[in-house]
Design a protein. Structure first.
Length: 171
């Protein structure tokens, strides 16, 4: 069996010392080129695709200077009362007008198509002085987080998508 493998560990006494030694089997079926191909294939399988993606945060924030809000800010909220009737949180009206439905549908459809089974911690919406919009969302899938930034023009048409690796998580 050991002669079929390209290398193996074995117990041996060398120069008066006992121990486990790693030995490359010169009589194996695999030549150096085949060993190199197998090694590279194992490295490729063990590495994640995210190592080829840009890392978050980028050197220059593409949304610097843009105003931001969350979906929660687009809705009015009633007051929240505690156990004894005290007000825990006052009622407040919407702090921002809702983002165009076409933008919300677009980024959600994109993620459902390209990241099936994803979860997120919510999207952050952005608007610049020129009326352009952006959506930043961090999604998790298959043990890795990815940050997407979707850019839209004044007519709510997607102009650009940026994708950044953002670490991993354990199940």
């Amino acid at each position: 069996m050991k002669y079929l493998l390209p290398c193996y560990w074995h117990w041996q006494r060398v120069n008066g010392h006992n121990g486990f030694y790693f030995q490359v089997n010169s009589g194996t079926i695999m030549n150096k080129r085949a060993q190199t191909i197998v090694f590279l294939a194992i490295c490729a399988l063990c590495s994640s695709c995210s190592m080829f993606m840009a890392k978050w945060p980028p050197a220059v924030d593409p949304l610097q200077g843009w105003g931001s809000w969350r979906e929660y800010d687009e809705e009015s909220h009633a007051a929240i009362y505690g156990y004894n009737g005290t007000v825990l949180e006052r009622a407040h009206s919407a702090e921002h007008s809702p983002l165009d439905k076409a933008i919300k549908d677009d980024y959600q459809n994109y993620l459902q198509k390209h990241e099936p089974g994803y979860f997120s911690d919510g999207a952050i919406f952005y608007e610049d002085r020129n009326g352009q919009h952006a959506v930043k969302i961090r999604v998790g899938r298959d043990g890795y987080y990815t940050v997407y930034i979707f850019m839209y023009d004044k007519r709510s048409i997607r102009t650009k998508i940026m994708k950044f690796a953002n670490g991993g998580y354990a199940c």
